[in-house]
Ligand binder design. Sequence first.
Ligand SMILES: [Zn+2]
Length: 311
Amino acid sequence: MAWRFISGGSLWADWMHSRYIKQDNFWTCSTDNNHSITFKTILRHRRVLKSAIRRVLKDGSSTDLWQDPWLDRRSLLDIRGAPTHQEDRRGLTCSRIIRNGEWRSDSYRFTEELGETIMSTVIDPALPADRWIWEPTDASSKTGEFQFRSCYNLIRRTFPLSPDYEFIWCKGLTRKMQLCVYKLLLGRLLTKDRPSSFGVPVPDPKCVLCCLEPESIKHIFFECAMAWQIWSEQGRVLGVCASEKGIGDIITVIRDSRGRGQDWFRTARVRLAASVWHVWRERNRRIFEGLVTPPVGILHNIEFDVNAIEN
Ligand SMILES: [Zn+2]
């Protein structure tokens, strides 16, 4: 919206300008209580916006000499500070220092460095008017057109990539499988031991797969006799040892064996996700639908999904 606002050319932008900016300058005006939430938010993002845009001039007549950030993403005010003499900077435009499509280097008394920055600003008399172009440093294309992708990268918070991402973002996995593995990795699947940890009693805290031990993530997926059957079969097919105690161990075993090739690594990740998903699905079907599939049926379902994903 901030980009649409400064680019102008829409009814909305014109309306916002005439309502909130009037004779003021967008880059230097301060928020007041009459501003809408939208406009306040736009103002709050001026610094980000400034880092992503560049001004290209036709003749400078619509670029504020002191306040617009036309000098390599900075304004003359940013670089020089407020003018010391009481010259009225209001209303001065860049056209003051441009003549016939060229910078009038004789018309200003600036330092050499500032002079160079001014000269590096592009003047293109063929343009219909002075305009902003979208040019963040990480933009993949330099057309000057707005890009959601680079804008998103500019405003989002980034975190280091989790080393386990490959086990969630594996091509072909269904969203439900991905979400299930993701929750398992975070320890956030809603097993029966969780309500008791908040002090909420659960009538039957036993695992529905074996009906012997209390249900927990660790039990369902790694300690339960049924889980053991699933993992030992997957271990047999993949040719790895299946004595793991948790998802982290399984991931480590698979990662350590990735030297067996890309195809093997992919199959291993698909088998891991499909196994986790089918064990969890079986647990939910037993609790919520009263349906029971024996381990051999679950293994069959896993094979079916693995084949469907692989092919
Ligand atoms: Zn069990």
